[in-house]
Ligand binder design. Sequence first.
Ligand code: PYC
Length: 312
Amino acid sequence: MRVIDSHTEGEPTRVIVEGGPPLGDGPLADRRARFAEAFDRYRSFAVNEPRGTDALVGALLVPPQDPACAAGVIFFNNVGYLGMCGHGAIGVAVTLAHLGRIGPGTHRLETPVGVVQVELAAGNEVTIENVASFRHRAAVSVEVPGLGRVVGDVAWGGNWFFCVHETPVALAMANVPELTRQAEAVMAALRAQGITGRDGAPIDHIEFYGPPSRPGIDSRNFVLCPGGAYDRSPCGTGTSAKVACLAAAGKLAPGQPWVQESIVGSTFTARYRLAADGAVIPSITGRAFVTGEATLLRHPDDPFGDGMPPAR
Ligand code: PYC
């Protein structure tokens, strides 16, 4: 399997450019389902130890259905599959440019949850225009054992998020283990109390918000991804969910910038335009850098040839 690695504002992406599973054609959501049902070992092979790490997001390039798209892409991680991935789409754009498959300008990527636009600018900067994002439920209270009442919004930004209004723990790198524990407790409480996204969709990302570390930034976050890793970037789909919540609350005007800082101090700049039915189309700007090109190998006698499940 041939892969190209990059990071987007600190969060790694591994793009499979050759040797991925034979998923056939059809809608990307169907191909993602086929990937999960019949070829999940490719996912684990590509991103789990011993070749990868829990924070790594994989991106399988596939032929798009829509000929107007530069590529189709299915995102996945250490435990499963994502709808969209904002940092990953920025990484894919820079990777396609590295391969000479796209140049500066505007392009489209097809994902299982819709088409996103990517605009490649100088200096490895990419702006993605994400799928329509919206706040599903506002100010939802959840009783979290050991934490008490936690209040947040349920929002869609290409994945389902619970956006906790105020972080229960200071947003500092030294607190990452504690932030992870608390976010996992919130996730478990949402499941136990039947709090979901639209049509019962499980919420699989938790975001905590707090004050930024420096002037010129609007907010700092900590994002727990499914699989237990935290996002080193401010999370593209999470920032989309956040601006959808701010728009719904009348706290951010269309076109107004929102600078979201991650737990590691990197930033995305977000804006939105209005879409139908109270949803918004967020755009997210960040930078990605290619960090490596590799051929991943599998020895037939290797007991961990298909990768190891994460310790959970
Ligand atoms: O940037 O959307 C994102 C993302 C989702 C999971 C990790 N990063």
